[in-house]
Design a protein around this ligand. Sequence first.
Ligand code: ADP
Ligand code: MG
Length: 384
Amino acid sequence: MGPVTEVAEQFTELYGRAPDGVWSAPGRVNLIGEYTDVNEGFVMPLALPHTVVAAVSRRTDGVLRLHSADIDAPVVELRLDDLTPLSDGGWAAYPAGVVWALRAAGHPVGGADLHLASTVPTGAGLSSSAALEVVTALALNDLFGLGLSRPELAVLSQRAENAFVGVPCGVMDQMASACCTEGHALHLDCRDLSIRQVPFDLAAHGLRLLVVDTRVKHELGDGAYAERRAGCEAGALALGVSHLRDVPYDELDAALATLTDERVRRYVRHIVTDDARVERIIGLLDAGDVRGIGTALTEGHASLRDDFRISCPELDLAVETANAAGAHGARMTGGGFGGSALLLVEAADAETVTKSVEAAFAAAGYTAPRVFPAVASAGARREA
Ligand code: ADP
Ligand code: MG
């Protein structure tokens, strides 16, 4: 029995009627461009085959019922009129926040029953939260005939996470989950949300992208994320631009020379060079030099470690070990302080590199990492 049928059957058992439909939305890994989304710059995520699958039925009585197969808790029942931002609703705040954001934007959502199950690891920097939001938004869009576009659903999902849950994330994760397509990475301009699907078929090149989930849980709420964002804003203010995206790479040295705060200077350097690395990687992929992107990935890691300072010993070890074991390049991905690393390897070397990383973690006394291939998969969709 596939996950779609299974989730539909669980829904029926739980709510005593069949769902109106089943939807899915994927987690993502970001190939390059970290914290650039909140600086209105460029990113390049790809969707994972791991998804949140949600069975949903329409209600018209203003009641919202939510249940997750992955959380040991009874059905959460809420009244739409009572939805209050930042009320610490636990996991249910994510889907409830989407309903709240849709209604706050004037869209007629009358209530729903929702049951979900997910294969996206949580808190691993792979955006289980965005997948949960986007699957809810897409289901409600279809069920209530809202006619919203994918980017509109992504922006409303981000608003749910920012204003209702209280996590100050950028728009990359929701855009990735909503807009990625199979076999492509998503080149996204976070200023105007324009996108380009960039062919990313590593298998055709004999290559593989491995995700190393370090099992170190990142905590975006711990203030470091907000501190980095504030530091970037201070940099933009000092440089007289609205966002760091507006600092051209070839004017970076001159810009840095005017900054007196060493910390702000490092943050600016990371953002401007990472935006440039997105463009560099696009250029290499367009030229067919897929192996060539490895160097840019490893440079991106150094920038996050030394300038932005959001890496951690487990992520550094994964990257260093992989590169020493023959990877073309590697970097941490996501918000930092744990979560996952990405390794670009020859398909033929995947097993050796994986074993090296596992052995290095064991030798360091770290929890065994979870290593799996990242194959560019489809974005959110209706399944049944
Ligand atoms: P990430 O998005 O990197 O996985 P976050 O901390 O942003 O990490 O989001 C994780 C949170 O999303 C969980 O703590 C939980 O509240 C919610 N969540 C994710 N997956 C599920 C799920 N399958 N069932 C219920 N809640 C989930
Ligand atoms: Mg998240």
